[in-house]
Write a protein that binds this ligand. Structure first.
Ligand code: UD1
Length: 420
């Protein structure tokens, strides 16, 4: 077990390079189940979630390796179609193997993911999507068991915009007989990346990046090589960190157009922004005014940046309201930020943040990935020493975080700890 020990107060400045997108990698990897053979995916981040997906793929019979940023996946020997509870419980994105296994092999048995730290996260849309494509689904002893002869194209209208369900149906529909139209499809960049990967494999689709996706099923797909997109949430976390503890911070190897909702909120908060084709430089103001935020599906403000925004607002000059319209219970970081001296009240799905002049270092506990990020950012500006326990959450989604933050001038160490 490790903890982060942060001595707050250093200005952040300099350049930091963004890694490949975790959430795109977690979709691209299972897509390789759709056509047996070898794939090379560049710009893959070295993260615990990526190695959990690798383990799952290996359980299915695939070989997965990572050399630097280049991931090699060989799906030629896949011969098992069951995603066990032990892996799925560690990472909900494991549900992504459902569509590809079903479409390619006619059978999939995938453990139900269950709830997570910030409340229930259902998979009904994934199941309904597969049923619409003609699969027969039964739920047995905590497992989703899906069977089908060749899937058939269908019209699917999601009640809620879901990244995972859109991705799963896209993968399955690529090998279905006939045309699938997904309405209210997710428009997230990670879904666009998945669509481009599938098209490189020979899938036929149109409407990527819009809310209506049309997929013309094909008989066969072929393996391909691909370059993963940059992680917009990692980039956003450094930008917010820079705004809190800046300084002048330049985030490189990123995709500014994936960050437009965050950038316009940062501008409202008085942060000066200069974006080029693949980098963003920010200069932070002396004081941050309060700026309300409400999360919504892309291109809206991402729920995965909500916790970090609350950390930024914790030291703003006034009162702000941060609403999460995607995950109503995603506020586990708030009591921990309060331990650092923040003044935040949660009411239903919104947090009312009254900015304070000073945060003070304390021991705090990570509860999930983005909560950990917000606690680290708060620790960077808090007076004295902050200890963030349970860093394994952070390791799921941020590559070499302490090395990157140290490169910007932060005083942060990973220290072995028995505390849980
Ligand atoms: C993905 C991201 C996660 C991000 C989330 C929202 C990955 C691996 N993870 O998660 O980081 O926080 O998008 O941007 O890409 N829903 C249902 N039924 C379902 C599926 C979802 O009701 O079957 C609801 C959820 O409860 C939520 C909303 O749809 O309210 C959006 O969730 P979804 O986009 O599916 O999230 P994930 O794909 O799990």
């Amino acid at each position: 077990m490790y903890k982060f020990v942060i001595k707050g107060g250093n200005k952040l400045s300099g350049k930091v390079e963004v890694s490949g997108a975790k959430n795109a990698s977690l979709a691209l990897m299972p897509a390789a189940l759709l056509a047996p053979g070898t794939y090379k995916i560049d710009n893959t981040p070295d993260l615990v979630d990526v190695s959990t997906m690798s383990k799952l793929m290996e359980t299915l019979g695939a070989k997965v390796s990572l050399s630097g940023k280049l991931q090699t996946i060989d799906t030629a020997a896949v011969n098992n179609y069951e995603a066990p509870y032990e892996l799925v419980k560690k990472m909900r994105a494991s549900i992504y193997v459902l569509g590809p296994l079903l479409a390619r092999y006619g059978y999939a048995k995938v453990s139900m993911p269950g709830g997570c730290a910030w409340g229930p996260r259902p998979v009904n849309l994934h199941i309904e999507g597969m049923e619409k494509l003609g699969a027969e689904i039964t739920l047995d002893s905590g497992y989703i068991i899906a069977r089908s002869k060749r899937l058939t194209g269908a019209r699917i209208n999601f009640d809620v915009s879901s990244v995972g369900a859109t991705g799963n149906v896209m993968m399955a529909a690529s090998l279905a007989k006939g045309t699938t139209v997904i309405s209210n499809a997710a428009m997230e960049p990670e879904i666009v990346a998945l669509g481009e990967f599938l098209m490189k494999m020979g899938a036929k689709m149109s409407g990527l990046g819009t809310s209506t996706l049309t997929i013309e099923g094909v008989e066969d797909l072929t393996p391909c090589d691909f370059r993963n997109i940059p992680d917009r949430i990692e980039a956003g976390t450094f930008l917010v960190g820079g705004a809190m503890a800046g300084g002048s911070v330049e985030v490189t190897s990123c995709e500014p157009k994936h960050l437009s909702a965050l950038l316009s909120k940062l501008e409202e908060a008085g942060v000066k922004i200069v974006a080029s084709a693949d980098s963003i430089r920010i200069d932070s103001p002396d004081a941050i005014p309060p700026v309300d935020v409400s999360t919504s599906p892309y291109p809206g403000f991402p729920t995965d940046m909500q916790a970090q925004w609350i950390a930024l607002m914790a030291r703003s000059t006034g009162s702000s309201v941060i609403t999460d319209t995607i995950y109503f219970d995603r506020f586990k970081h708030v009591p921990e930020l309060v331990r650092l001296g923040a003044d935040i009240e949660v009411r239903e799905n919104l947090a009312i943040v009254k900015g304070v002049k000073l945060l003070k270092g304390a021991k705090v506990m990570s509860t999930d990935l983005r909560a950990s990020a917000s606690l680290i950012l708060a620790g960077l500006v808090a007076e004295g020493t902050t200890e963030v326990l349970r860093v394994y959450h952070m390791d799921r989604g941020y590559e070499h975080i302490e090395r990157k933050l140290r490169g910007l001038g932060a005083d942060i160490e990973r220290v072995q700890s028995d505390e849980f």
